[in-house]
Design a protein. Structure first.
Length: 128
């Protein structure tokens, strides 16, 4: 498997728990540790990267498209689900609070009343 960010934990689902001590939550999941496993044989890829830090992983249950932007190493995410403008701004605020998107993108979207991304085939021109 390729294309994954570096440093993510990989594990297998064979949980080490005992029915006497494991208390599953209302969804049936337990918080017992999963066994570490190499990427080639793992069942799951996890967000933790060590030192209490995480690289967010998000399970999207709708179509999305990730398009490289004109800036190398940057991308534009298109989510194929219509939401109200207030919800769109709330999503951007949460992502900006987490440092995932820039506050300038949030602010400009809110001020304009819509979000906009440069067409991927029309990169920014150098300013003089």
């Amino acid at each position: 498997m390729t294309g994954l960010p570096d440093g993510l934990a990989t594990r297998n689902l064979r949980q080490a728990h005992s029915e006497a001590t494991c208390l599953p939550n209302s969804s049936g999941y337990c918080n017992c540790p999963l066994e570490s496993a190499p990427l080639e044989t793992c069942d799951v890829v996890c967000s933790d990267v060590g030192d209490g830090r995480h690289k967010p992983l998000i399970d999207l249950d709708l179509p999305v498209k990730l398009v490289p932007s004109g800036t190398p190493g940057h991308s534009h995410l298109y989510i194929d689900k219509a939401v109200t403008f207030d919800r769109y701004v709330a999503i951007l605020k949460a992502l900006a609070d987490a440092g995932i998107v820039q506050w300038g993108f949030h602010d400009a979207t809110r001020e304009r009343g819509y979000g906009s991304l440069r067409h991927p085939d029309r990169p920014k021109e150098a300013t003089r």
